[in-house]
Design a binder for this molecule. Structure first.
Ligand SMILES: [Zn+2]
Length: 283
């Protein structure tokens, strides 16, 4: 499908800034059909795809997402441009980290990664981070492994959670949007995100633990706070660490144009994030 823009000739004021109305301006074009074929063409398509009768399709969900592949760019290939860097970059690092640490781990604790649905719509769903799902799964793992509830709570209280999501990198065209002193740059390393409002999970103790780990493993890191007049987004870190009371820290790679159809990140930052997750699971 495609969402064709209105030609500039029919909207001469487009460069003065326009409000994009969801209902009017971003309806996708899916097909060009003869008039007689319009009725139920999508149900026909689904039935063909599923190799079943049209009447057997009782319900469906439809989401659109950019289809183009990512690419490397920059004079030295130092940038990555791709849809959904938010938040595939973190998923890759978490998966690689827990898999490679498993081969070297010596400790007897439980290492878990949780990849939640619905973060961008607030996490308030049965399978989202702002639900009981994480705690419920922890309880079931501990009880199935023969541990008591008390032992599980001790492990939770002694545990540490990383909330891994992208951060705003310093945009060269909009330097004034960043905090004057905490300005993460692309390829400058993993970002430790802090907010006095606790929109990001973390406190002085959590920062010290992750900064110490980065220093010990020679992993580049940088610190981020929002410009006080420009509140950024939030992450699931503060929700998840409240529902499963545990020390936690929000981290991630810095990117430009967050939530655009294509986002841009530094290629070396993926290495830094991968290294930190691996060190975290081995610590
Ligand atoms: Zn996001």
């Amino acid at each position: 499908m495609t969402i064709p823009n209105l030609a500039i000739h029919m909207n001469r004021k487009v460069n003065e800034g326009i409000a994009i109305k969801k209902q009017k301006d971003i309806l996708p074009l899916a097909a060009v059909l003869g008039e007689e074929k319009n009725q139920g063409f999508f149900a026909d398509f689904l039935a063909r795809e599923m190799d079943c009768q049209k009447e057997d399709v009782l319900s469906y969900e439809l989401s659109l997402y950019p289809y183009e592949a990512g690419c490397q760019l920059g004079l030295n290939g130092e940038l990555i441009s791709s849809p959904r860097l938010d938040n595939l970059t973190s998923v890759v690092a978490c998966l690689k980290g827990i898999i490679s640490a498993r081969e070297h781990a010596e400790g007897d604790g439980l290492s878990i990664i949780a990849l939640f649905d619905n973060e961008e719509i607030g996490s308030r769903t049965k399978q989202g981070a702002n639900s009981g799902i994480l705690l419920q799964i922890l309880e079931r793992i501990y009880s199935a492994s023969g541990y008591s509830r008390e032992e599980m709570w001790q492990a939770v209280n002694g545990g540490f959670m990383l909330s891994v999501d992208v951060a705003h990198g310093l945009h060269p065209d909009y330097m004034e949007k960043a905090d004057p002193t905490n300005r993460p740059v692309l390829n400058g390393g993993v970002v430790l995100k802090q907010a006095a409002s606790q929109a990001y999970a973390g406190d002085a103790e959590a920062v010290a633990i992750i900064a110490g780990l980065c220093q010990q493993e020679a992993i580049c890191y940088q610190q981020f706070v929002n410009n006080n007049d420009i509140p950024g987004g939030s992450t699931l870190g503060s929700m998840a660490s409240a529902l499963v009371p545990m020390r936690a820290m929000d981290i991630g790679v810095p990117i430009l144009a967050m939530h655009s159809a294509r986002e841009t990140m530094g290629a070396r930052d993926q290495e830094h994030l991968n290294n930190l997750l691996q060190a975290f699971f081995m610590a």
